[in-house]
Design a protein around this ligand. Structure first.
Ligand code: SF4
Ligand code: SF4
Length: 732
């Protein structure tokens, strides 16, 4: 070993020892923070499926590749990071001797070839990612982008480190080539040979370059260890467990879509008959009341901003960005952790758990963080502003986009649950809706005995469950479908089409109450359970003696469709629920309904969030429209998975939209820009929001917003009267 190698070896060992010590300390700290969360025992079920999903999602980059170029570039960088870690290891042999290499594989041509290819592709990948970050940097003129609010220096730092590590890998090889100590043939390592051709014949070059490579790598490790909230770096490790422990490993899209998690306390679903707010946790009031998976979610965020780029609230000037929400929760959790780990925290009655002595050694910042309300305005020192919390439509665009499977909607609703159930703090205008649900069983407060008014004037009888011996489908009408004038037209259209196709169906009539969706999404789990239990009982009675596959329900409202099909199982109600567009598509494809006169004038389709993104029903409504209209369906730029919310979900239908641009207006502008005369929808709430938007723009005469079923009915029965201009009133 020469004198240069003695120095390089000592320096490499020294910086590595410091970096490893700091990294171990950082991992212990992160583990301690994540363990502060509440139990989530269900996350350990199905380990086989979880492992499979984690491997598919990481190795295949299935979620990243939704953004093709970024996904491909990131894949090369990820593979580069994993495989080229071996070259960092090899550098430790090279600081000791410039001709050194990994034992066994270090002299194998296949290894030389594979690492050469991955180095080159990794270089291309990282340069692409750097260019994308620079092109979208928030500091550029006119700069709002998905990176707005991300910690930009961390992104640049990580990218430069990757670039330099790759470059110095080639420099080490180049010096070996230049000194004639490189064993791999030119055909397997042409780039290394090209680098070697321009480097001097310096015998210590490889050792010095290896030291630089180690210093760069260890600097990265030191910096991320000193910054445990640096998700852009830590996600390289945390993404694996975060994907493994996702809510539902079998879900094709974001696992936090579709049903909401039941409300839990100590890892067990809460039963309101026995629950006690002084002993049981009602939603989330403190950051440590999220489950450990929630805290892992926050730690894993890469700050990529894909969620932010799709969020309807953010895109219309509201203060909510799902990324910034996650980052606020993450930063708060880590800043509060010393206080919590010292035994601090509030019990369920709001009393401090720690003694003075336990908290005596803490710095004032940790203590101050412990006092911050989770939900509160800037003046109150809150972590999340109420306007942020209540801006969410629960559209799921963030969950769908997140490459590391963060479950934003669950976290938002958990925080709403505490605000509604314990603090009674929510936008006051929504109180009317909640009172109506409790007292009248529907959000509008319409009299229950008008639930069947929509059947009046139909030229056939609509049977009720109990009046007919048998029926194939229970037609779940929904509150909008029963009480809201425009939605009643859809209900009548669906009933007419089912009757025309000879489908045997029956309704519950006055036996039906609200599915509970708006109560659940605003956070009132108590009212949700009350309504849902009543409906589950009614439905179980209606289907008595039938196996699950014969307990078929058709719903016109995607919110009911989602709640009945995905959430009633949590309360003992197992049903096969289809959306009316699915059933209609089936009836058309099997020849039971025949469109005869194509609807003309151009048609576009707006995907309802709870039908499309939350439940992945994208094809059926398009098939129905494809069969009913003249020419091709005109898609809006934001469609299918990336559809833009109408603004009504998450109980936003019953809240005023006071901040920023109205979401429905934004969507209507996009629809109108297609030039289509008809905007087809598959949800009564989308219908209301888009109609309001069209009318607000004074375009009510030129553009019509109607349900897919009504488009089909016009095509199947063109002689059918089209009715008056639709109004928005509610019966009763
Ligand atoms: S669910 Fe929709 S509105 Fe809510 S944060 Fe996510 S993207 Fe934004
Ligand atoms: S998409 Fe996921 S990882 Fe990216 S910023 Fe949003 S929450 Fe973080």
């Amino acid at each position: 070993m020469g004198s240069v190698q003695i120095v390089t070896t000592i320096l490499a060992a020294g910086i590595t020892a410091v970096a490893v010590w700091l990294a171990v300390r950082a991992v212990m700290k992160m583990t301690a923070v994540i363990r502060l969360g509440q139990p989530a025992p269900e996350r350990f079920a199905d380990k086989g499926a979880r492992t499979r999903k984690m491997l598919v999602e990481t190795a295949g980059h299935t979620r990243m590749l939704k953004w093709g170029v970024v996904g491909a570039a990131h894949w090369f960088v990820m593979v580069g990071f994993i495989v080229l870690s071996l070259l960092v290891l090899e550098a430790y042999f090279e600081v000791v001797t410039p001709t050194g290499g990994l034992p066994v594989i270090g002299h194998w041509t296949v290894f030389g070839l594979a690492t050469e290819i991955i180095t080159v592709l990794g270089l291309v990948g990282i340069l692409v990612l750097m260019a994308i970050r620079l092109r979208n940097r928030p500091s550029r003129p006119g700069g709002r982008s998905r990176f707005t609010g991300s910690t930009m220096w961390q992104g640049y730092f990580v990218e430069w480190i990757v670039l330099l590590v790759l470059v110095f890998g080639l420099v080490i090889r180049g010096f070996k080539v230049a000194t004639d100590h490189f064993e791999y043939p030119v055909w397997a390592t042409p780039v290394s040979h090209a680098v070697g051709a321009i480097l001097p014949d310096w015998s210590d070059g490889a050792s010095v370059a290896a030291l630089i490579k180690i210093v760069i790598s260890m600097t990265w490790l030191i910096v991320i260890s000193l910054n445990v909230t640096m998700g852009v770096a830590w996600h390289r490790f945390l993404a694996f467990p975060n994907i493994f422990f996702k809510r539902d490993p079998e879900k094709p899209a974001g696992s936090g879509l579709g049903p909401l998690r039941p409300m839990t306390s100590q890892g067990k679903p809460l039963d309101f008959e026995e629950a006690d707010p002084e002993k049981d946790q009602f939603g989330v009031a403190q950051v440590e009341q999220f489950t450990w998976k929630g805290l892992l979610d926050f730690s894993t965020c890469t700050e990529c901003g894909r969620c932010q780029s799709q969020c309807p609230a953010w895109n219309t000037g509201k203060p909510l960005s799902p990324k910034l929400l996650v980052l606020s929760l993450r930063d708060h959790a880590y800043a509060k952790a010393p206080y919590l780990l010292a035994g601090g925290g509030k019990d369920l009655t709001g009393e401090e758990k720690a003694t003075q002595a336990q908290l005596a050694h803490l710095d004032v910042l940790s203590l101050a963080e412990g006092d911050k309300p989770l939900i509160g305005t800037a003046e109150e020192g809150g972590v999340i502003d109420p306007d942020v919390l209540w801006s969410c439509t629960t559209c799921g665009a963030c969950v769908e986009q997140c490459p590391v499977d963060i479950e934003h909607v669950d976290h938002i609703v958990d925080m709403r649950r505490y605000q509604v159930l314990i603090e009674s703090s929510f936008p006051s205008e929504a109180g009317v809706m909640l009172r109506n649900l409790e007292n009248k069983g529907n959000p509008w407060g319409a009299p229950q005995n008008t639930r069947e008014d929509w059947t009046k004037g139909l030229d056939f009888e609509v049977p009720r469950v109990g009046e007919v011996d048998d029926f194939e489908y229970l037609f779940w009408v929904g509150c909008a479908g029963a009480f809201e004038d425009r939605a009643k037209k859809t209900t009548r259209a669906v009933a007419t089409l089912l009757n025309e196709a000879g489908v045997s169906f029956a309704i519950l009539g006055e036996g039906e109450t609200c599915s509970g969706d708006p109560a659940r999404r605003i956070g009132n789990e108590f009212v949700f359970q009350m309504l849902a239990q009543q409906n589950v009982e009614t439905l179980n009675e209606a289907f008595e003696g039938r196996e699950k596959t014969k307990r078929k329900i058709v719903a016109t409202c995607p919110h009911c469709f989602n709640t009945l099909g995905n959430e009633y199982g949590q309360l003992g109600g197992e049903f096969e629920v289809v959306h009316h567009t699915q059933l209609l598509a089936h009836l058309v494809s099997t020849g039971k309904l025949t469109p005869v006169q194509p609807v003309d004038g151009g048609v576009t389709y707006h995907d309802p969030c709870y039908l499309g993104r939350h439940n992945r029903v994208f094809a059926a409504p398009r098939e129905v429209l494809g069969d009913s209209i003249q020419g091709e369906l005109t898609e809006m730029p934001r469609n299918s998975e990336r559809s833009f919310c109408c603004g009504a979900g998450g109980a936003r239908m019953w809240m005023e939209e006071k901040i920023g641009k109205r979401i429905n207006v934004d969507r209507v502008e996009e629809a109108m820009a297609t030039g289509a005369k008809t905007v087809a929808v598959g949800c009564p709430f989308c219908s209301t929001m888009l109609n309001d938007g069209v009318n607000g723009k004074g375009a009510g005469e030129q553009v019509e917003v109607i349900d897919v079923a009504s488009v089909l009915l016009r095509s199947v029965k063109p002689e059918q009267p089209r009715g008056d201009k639709e109004s928005t009133s509610v019966a009763g």
